[in-house]
Write a protein that binds this ligand. Structure first.
Ligand code: ATP
Ligand code: MG
Length: 386
């Protein structure tokens, strides 16, 4: 019977949490495959997807490759774990004019032949049945894997397809992603989701200084992320008045610092309102003036009850771009648009701001009022997975 064999990784490490992790993972797999017909079963340490339409196999694999917590998968043949049955199947594998190696893994120690011995026997069968084949233990062109499980089934496959890895989505709480239209923040969201964190998203716009297109772009970016994490609630907040007030009343080199402190306060307020436990940003150390250590200290200092996660902090732009291409957000991120941060951009933003000076500048505006207006005026958009 044709099946897809699924492996999960880090879950092994989680001791007592193992059940929670596994249940979440299984639920996520089923969510991802909700439009497919198939059967799902568990055998210790593996999951098996079976009874699906073979024409849908590639589509099903594509979906499974988006499930966090799955480590790898293999399209496989499931047979009864008897030496004779396995041998018969292996004999039919075509390896003509190829070098090959047989790998046998035996989770079931009741199986009558040792792994080494059985691999040797199967190797001989292949040598005899495939013209021009040869054994190469170090760099084979064709790998033949036989995985004998405790459920008295053996799985025979020649391909191990790498999946996302990470932890099942939903195991690490809920956060709030500050989602701009740039390259970094969608990647930051993806990376946290890969660590099991679900999130809602927050976008600030400066309409009419920025166009409606900026909002559409962010919706599109969120839509791409739904592929991995299902529906996303997007909070859209107007930042226009905040920027006008800062522009009018604060020193221009502190404009970005104060803006970002207010963004953080609004994010914090929304986290309180919706019971979200962390703020996520796409900041990367040293990328721009607002992303120096000192800047992050000053913006971060307005938040003290929840953590700010910056998964891109130590990454090079090239590496962030590579991920954004893999998760399909890159082409959308590079569409031209104005971020609210670039409107009113000062000529010389301060590179090493201080908390003291930022607090001084904030005396000239009504921070609490501005933050509350942002939160009360939010628009909520449900971005759904197609
Ligand atoms: P990105 O590529 O994510 O836009 P960036 O390199 O352009 O990042 P900044 O513009 O300094 O960097 O923004 C740093 C982080 O602040 C972003 O990654 C994002 O998390 C958040 N941010 C910036 N602008 C906005 C916005 N308009 N709405 C929501 N969050 C924003
Ligand atoms: Mg940006």
């Amino acid at each position: 019977m044709k099946v897809i064999l699924l492996r999960f990784g880090e879950l092994y490490l989680k001791g007592n949490n193992r059940d929670v992790f596994e249940n979440t993972l299984i639920r996520n797999i089923k969510d991802m495959l909700k439009d497919e017909h198939y059967q799902f079963s568990k055998t210790f340490g593996r999951y098996v997807v079976s009874n699906f339409d073979e024409n849908r196999q590639n589509e099903i694999i594509k979906k499974l490759k988006k499930v966090f917590g799955l480590y790898s998968l293999s399209p496989a043949e499931e047979v009864t774990a008897e030496p004779k049955v396995i041998s018969e199947y292996v004999q039919k594998i075509s390896c003509e004019n190829q070098s090959f190696k047989v790998f046998v893994k035996r989770a079931d120690k009741d199986f009558p032949i040792s792994s080494m011995e059985f691999a040797k026997q199967l190797g001989e069968l292949v040598l005899n049945s495939c013209k021009g084949s040869s054994v190469d233990l170090y760099n084979p062109q064709h790998e033949i894997h036989v995985d004998i499980r405790l459920n008295k089934k053996a799985y025979i496959f020649d391909e191990i397809i790498k999946c996302q890895g990470g932890l099942p989505l939903g195991c690490s709480g809920d956060g709030l992603l500050l989602l701009s239209g740039g390259i970094d923040s969608p990647v930051a969201g993806y990376l946290m989701a890969k660590r099991g964190m679900k999130f809602e998203a927050l976008h600030f716009h400066s309409y009419p200084y920025t166009s409606e297109l900026a909002k559409d772009k962010v919706i599109k970016l969120a839509k791409h992320l739904t592929e991995y994490m299902g529906d996303i609630k997007l909070h859209v907040v107007s930042f226009t008045k905040v920027q006008e007030e800062i522009h009018k009343h604060c020193k221009s080199e502190y404009m970005i610092t104060i803006m970002r402190r207010i963004m953080m306060r609004v994010a914090n307020g929304l986290c309180n309102k919706y019971n979200l436990g962390a703020i996520i940003t796409g900041e990367s150390l040293g990328q721009v003036a607002s992303q120096t250590m000192q800047s992050m200290t000053v913006t971060g200092s307005v938040i003290n009850s929840i953590p700010i996660f910056r998964p891109c902090i130590a990454m090079d732009k090239e590496d962030i771009i590579e991920i954004s291409k893999n998760i399909n957000t890159y082409d959308t991120s590079i569409l031209p648009y104005e971020d609210c941060c670039t409107v009113f951009l000062p000529k010389n933003p301060v590179i090493k701001p201080t908390i003291k000076q930022a607090e001084h500048e904030e005396q000239f505006i009504d921070v609490d009022l501005l933050v509350n207006e942002c939160i009360e005026g939010e628009e909520i958009i449900e971005v759904t997975k197609d």
